[in-house]
Design a protein around this ligand. Structure first.
Ligand code: G3I
Length: 355
């Protein structure tokens, strides 16, 4: 709650105004009236002061894109590289933006090659997981001189057993419920490193793949019943990626409610929408479904301006975001703004955690 007061008063006193449109108050000032964090994702590696100013004007939370992934932070065993992440976290600190870390443990695709070495023993692999979390999360824990990461994606894209989701940490075995041991180990280690951080399990496709959402729900339910410290579930929401279906927003609201009933917060972590779909309506629905659920505490796009989107030049989307190549707000932005301007009865029950 203290955080809310600080953020809100900072925003007012600094008089943040959207640089492109002096009459626009900036999305973050609209969102904070709903006690909601709003943001995007970037490593801030474009040497682009326009992008940085846009973030300062509009956002209250920011995720890194790549620089905190295991393959970036620990490229060689026990060799850590925090150059870009120090800049990212420092920028957030300087500008009163909540820093979100992405990600501690993930599938092999995001791990450094050395972690996949079949010669590593299970004991070594266990210690590698623990030490990685201690080192990376520890650098930005509460009170750190480098700045704090208050939200961490602890696990990302690991619930499916399909081949592309392979994770070397499966070698650490399963518990008697059939859940991989490293899932519990990751969250318990993260909680021990920083008791005040919001610990997120974030997955792709769960906004439309209901069997996968169900599997995640049942897994988290079991783990939480054993006291595993999972605070939030992250819905990535790369909408229309690879021709995937648009979520059924009624069902999405139902899933938000189910996870909320487990005591979890909901975070929308990687939203972007193909322009081949009804983009504005989808963005409006994504904001509405979040505002309607008091446990939905953050709403973030993946990247900030279209020209730096990871979907640029993929066949399904080139302009999937809220801001165009010239940093101008698009119709998608105004759609989201329209929803944020409306009062919502649920917002008074939304409480940002750990502040
Ligand atoms: O840095 C190198 C550069 O030196 C080289 O010239 C260039 C040539 O392709 O590659 C650059 O690295 C690329 C990096 O993005 C930075 O642009 C990698 O090849 C590329 O694989 C990497 O893609 C990232 C991808 O995750 C894989 O890590 C995307 O930027 C990033 O947006 C994407 O993010 C993921 C989330 O972590 C998880 N959810 C899905 C999301 C989208 O795929």
């Amino acid at each position: 709650m203290l955080f809310y007061v600080v953020l809100f008063s900072t925003a007012i006193s600094a008089g943040f105004i959207n640089a492109q449109n002096p009459d626009s108050p900036g999305l973050k000032n609209l969102a904070i009236k709903h006690n909601l964090l709003i943001g995007g994702a970037t490593d801030l590696n474009h040497d682009d002061s326009n992008e940085e100013q846009l973030i300062i004007n509009e956002f209250s939370i920011l995720s890194n894109e790549n620089c905190l992934k295991p393959n970036k932070t620990q490229p060689s065993r026990n060799v850590f590289d925090f150059r870009q992440s120090d800049y990212f976290v420092g920028f957030c600190k300087k500008n009163n933006i909540v820093a979100k870390g992405h990600k501690l443990i993930a599938r092999d695709f995001y791990l450094p090659k050395w972690m996949l070495d079949p010669g590593l023993t299970d004991k070594e692999l266990h210690d590698i997981l623990v030490d990685h979390i201690k080192n990376v999360m520890g650098r930005y824990r509460q009170g750190s001189e480098y700045g704090e990461i208050k939200y961490w994606d602890v696990l990302n894209e690991v619930i499916s057993d399909a081949k592309i989701y392979e994770s070397v940490f499966k070698r650490l075995g399963k518990n008697s419920d059939g859940d991989y041991n490293y899932w519990e180990l990751a969250f318990r280690t993260a909680r021990a490193v920083d008791p005040n951080c919001v610990l997120i399990w974030t997955e792709d496709n769960i906004e439309f793949d209901y069997p996968k959402a169900d599997k995640l729900y049942e897994t988290i339910k079991r783990l939480k019943s054993k006291g595993v410290p999972i605070d939030a579930v992250g819905f990535q929401c790369h909408i229309g990626f690879n021709g995937q279906p648009v979520p059924d927003f009624t069902k999405l609201a139902d899933y938000f409610r189910k996870f909320a009933d487990l005591g979890l917060y909901i975070a929308i972590t990687e939203l972007d929408v193909s322009e081949k779909l009804n983009q504005v309506e989808i963005y409006k629905n994504m904001m509405q479904v979040c505002l309607d659920q008091p446990k939905c505490i953050s709403w973030s796009t993946w990247n900030v301006v279209d020209k730096y989107s990871w979907r640029r030049n993929l066949k399904d989307a080139e302009t999937p975001l809220l801001f165009d190549d010239n940093y101008q707000p698009k119709s998608t932005y105004y759609g989201v703004q329209e929803i944020l301007k409306k009062p919502n009865i649920n917002s008074k029950n939304r409480i940002l955690p750990h502040y």
